[in-house]
Write a protein that binds this ligand. Structure first.
Ligand code: GDP
Length: 183
């Protein structure tokens, strides 16, 4: 019998509607993607275990749909969260401004030691299908803007694609690595 420790981690997703929050969770939990996803109504709750070195982390993931309309309910979701993904869409500058606001709100109201990952999603949209290189002008939020916010606020930072699965597992693994053993 193995004696790997299992640690439960409450993780919430925050970010403007349609940036790909549910899609990131679907990729992480089911390794799947849906091109025209039905929006999540209310809140979705999913769990996923993953092993990091000698630790087993059980992510308890809260995908908080409808937060734009019910912003005053958000504290119910992020209260007691040990981790948060703040997601934006690199082709939508307004979603980056919104992400900055979510980071500020978490810093003011969430657990002091919450682990926050800033997630710049839809990376696939800025790549050329032929060359695989970035298409000039396709990206509307630069890597530097994301990285600077992450550096200022002490956040993990990843550019991801829920569509191609680029960096999706890496986000969760990086959070898992920062969870203390005795959590
Ligand atoms: P949410 O409202 O933030 O949960 O966003 P959804 O996960 O519902 O995604 C909104 C739309 O964006 C859906 O049509 C998804 O298929 C699409 N989408 C999500 N992630 C990506 C991505 O990484 N790349 C592309 N091209 N589309 C994505």
């Amino acid at each position: 019998m193995s004696h790997t420790k299992q640690t439960s981690v409450k993780l919430v997703l925050l970010g403007e509607a349609a940036v790909g929050k549910s899609s990131l969770v679907l990729r992480f939990v089911s390794n799947d993607f849906q091109e025209n996803k039905e929006p999540t109504i209310g809140a979705a709750f999913l769990t996923q275990r993953c092993t990091i070195g000698s630790k087993t982390i059980k992510f308890e993931i809260w995908d908080t749909a409808g937060q734009e309309r019910f912003a005053n309910l958000a504290p119910l979701y992020y209260r007691n969260a040990q981790a948060a993904l703040v997601v934006y869409d690199i082709t939508k500058p307004a979603s980056f401004i919104k992400a900055r606001r979510w980071v500020n709100e978490l810093r003011e109201n969430a657990n002091k030691n919450i682990i926050i990952a800033l997630v710049a999603n839809k990376y696939d949209l800025v790549l050329s299908e032929e060359s695989g290189e970035e298409v000039d002008g396709a990206r509307k939020v630069s890597i530097e803007e994301g990285q600077n916010l992450a550096d200022e606020e002490g956040l993990l930072f990843f550019e991801t694609s829920a569509k191609t699965s680029y960096n999706v597992n890496e986000v969760f693994m990086a959070i898992g690595e920062k969870i203390p053993d005795n959590a």
